[in-house]
Structures are given as structure tokens and as C-alpha cells.
Write a protein that binds this ligand. Sequence first.
Ligand code: NAD
Ligand code: UDP
Length: 340
Amino acid sequence: MSTILLAGGAGYIGSHTAVELINAGYDVIVADNYANSSPESISRVEKITGKKIALYEADVSNAADMEKIFSKEHIDAVIHFAGLKAVGESVQKPLLYYRNNIDTTLTLLETMAKYNVNNIIFSSSATVYGEANKVPYLETMPRGECTNPYGWTKSMMEQILTDAAAADEALSVVLLRYFNPIGAHESGMIGEDPQGIPNNLMPYVTQVAVGKRECLTIFGNDYPTKDGTCTRDYIHVVDLAKGHVKAIGYILSQDKCCDIFNLGTGTPYSVTEIVETFERVNGVKVNHIYGDRRSGDLAECYANADKALEVLGWKTEKTLEDMCRDSWNWQKQNPNGYRG
Ligand code: NAD
Ligand code: UDP
């Protein structure tokens, strides 16, 4: 069976993808510098799957660190999750974001070329559609103007990977544009573990529900949407992880490819619907108030996910209720995340 290197694999999406790849029979290697994670997530993946994972503490932007791994392991494909992802922080520290995110991509591509590893799947984001495109987003739409440096790093990395694939006839690239991953593995053993005050909606909701934060502020209720709050395409992280397994099967079966896939459900839900569903499914209260809009937020964002179904044979299976239940199950069992 093939061996897959997960760069940034100790993080939220990487750890769930590790579980699904192992379940599908792949061997997994993880490289992470724990900038936003801890090795505990991988210990938990080992408990869930009953398989040992080769785990390297490594900076993916550092060529010497990558050499150590590529010279020792046989790698068939790389999934590149490694990156910093806090939108607000990227506005405060743009150079940190450009340096870390773009360097990880360049170093990976250079090391892969040196060791003749020719398949890379990249964690991109719906944010690359920018402000001008109309929902639902289609892969054929042009990338747009991003509203923050984080988004620009994704857009730039897509361009770098596309140019590298055009120049190297052996290199295959798959760009996966994620919508809004939430939820956790149904065991409650792995999940999203944000450091400090969460930026994203679902971890904030779970922390209010568990009593770690007082009150959720819903950013704006005067948008031109069904109930005035923003809508997003929330996707269960396990469905998302299974999308990576399909993408690995696809890239390994192609002589050469350079493809983009949206990974979303195609169904938008509003912030108010998330809060109400969370309260109903879990029987808990989420204190909330309505506040000002957050700058840079789009009213609506959701996928046309037809291409992933047609080409990869992938579609989401889990419901919003599953997402809310599994997020809460993880939070309840791990009130302080991986710190116990
Ligand atoms: P995460 O922060 O949990 O995982 C990213 C991992 O990369 C972390 O474990 C971090 O320690 C590691 N990392 C960062 N810089 C590194 C470096 N230089 N060397 C080695 N490891 C490094 O985030 P996630 O939610 O799992 O996201 C994974 C990828 O998907 C990221 O690239 C993110 O931008 C992208 N993405 C995430 C979302 C989302 O909402 N979670 C949406 C779209 C795209
Ligand atoms: N949101 C909110 N309060 C919060 C965090 C987020 O109302 O404390 C809203 C945000 O305005 C957006 C949605 O929840 O409409 C999803 O935000 P998130 O940051 O999770 O993802 P985004 O789509 O912005 O990347």
C-alpha cells in the first residue's frame, strides 16, 4: 500500500485525515512543528486506529528537516496541511504568514522534486473565490481579491503549485478548496483545539456551552440572508477527511493531473441556525448576543460540490446535527483540548 506524508498532520484536519487514510489501508507519516498542535493528537489517532504512525517534529519550511524525512522514508504522495490559519493574526503579522505558508510550499516542492515524489494535495480554502464571484462557487470561476493576508497566501500557493505542475510533466497537483470544517471524530478523542480565544464560530460555541466563555457575539444580523446572519457551507471534518482519501486515490491513479475540487456540502446554514441546532441536539444553552459585523466577512459562502462527486465519487454524508453533536462530544470530553 502507498505511503502518504501529512505535512502539518498533527492539526485538526490532518489528524482526522490520518484516521481515514489508515482505515483505508494507507501508511501515514506525519511531519509537524506543533506551531498550532501537539503530538498528543497523533497518540490519539494511534489509539483510534491501533496503528503506529511515524511522527517527525519538523519545520516543513526547513530544507534540512525535510531532507531527514525524504531521505529515510519512501513517500508516494504528500498532503500539505502545514500552515498558519488565523485570519485576524494574519492581518497583524502578514510577513509571518507569507514567510511560513509560502516557504512550507516551496520547500516541500523542492524536496519532492529532489526525491522524485510527484504527487501533492494542497489544503486550499473557499476564501480564494474572493468577493466578486457569486455563490454557489464553482471551480471554474477565477480566483478573486482576498480580504486578508491568510487568504492571499492560499491564492498565491495555488498559483505556485499550478505553475510547478505546468513546468514539470511528472508533477501531479490537486488543490482542495475547503469550506467550513466543524465537528470531530465520533469517538470524541480528536477534535479542534484552538489556542486562546477561538476565531471560528464552532469552537466559540462549544466553549460558551461548556462555560469557558461567557457569551457568543453573532457578528451582524443585517445581512441580506434568510435571517440576517451570515451563511456558510459547514462540513463535518470526517467527511472532509474522507474527501482526502478519495483525492489520494485519484492522484495516485493519474499519470499526470492538476485539478481543483471544492469540498463542501453545497448547503448553506446561517449562524443562528448553527446556534439553534447546537442547543437543540445537545440540550444545552449557548448564551449569545447580536453585535456588529466583522470586517471582511462575506454574507454568503457555499460550494457547488458537483465536480468532487463526478470525478472523485465523493459527497458528504453527515448532517448538521451530526456536526453539532460531535463538536460537543469532543468539547465535553476534552474541556481543555489536548492539554487535558
Ligand atoms: P491546524 O492549525 O490545526 O493544522 C495546521 C498544522 O500545521 C498545525 O498542526 C501546525 O502546527 C502545522 N504547521 C504550521 N506551520 C508549520 C511548519 N512551518 N512546519 C510544520 N508544521 C507546521 O489547522 P487545520 O484546521 O487542520 O488546517 C489545515 C490546513 O487547512 C491549513 O493549511 C489551513 O489553512 C487549511 N484550511 C483550514 C480551514 C479551517 O477552517 N480549518 C479552512 C480552509 C483551509
Ligand atoms: N461568527 C460569529 N461569531 C464568532 C465567530 C464567527 O458570528 O464569534 C460568524 C462569522 O461572522 C461567520 C461565521 O460565523 O459568518 C463563520 O465564521 P468562521 O470564522 O468560523 O469562518 P469563516 O467563514 O469566516 O472563515
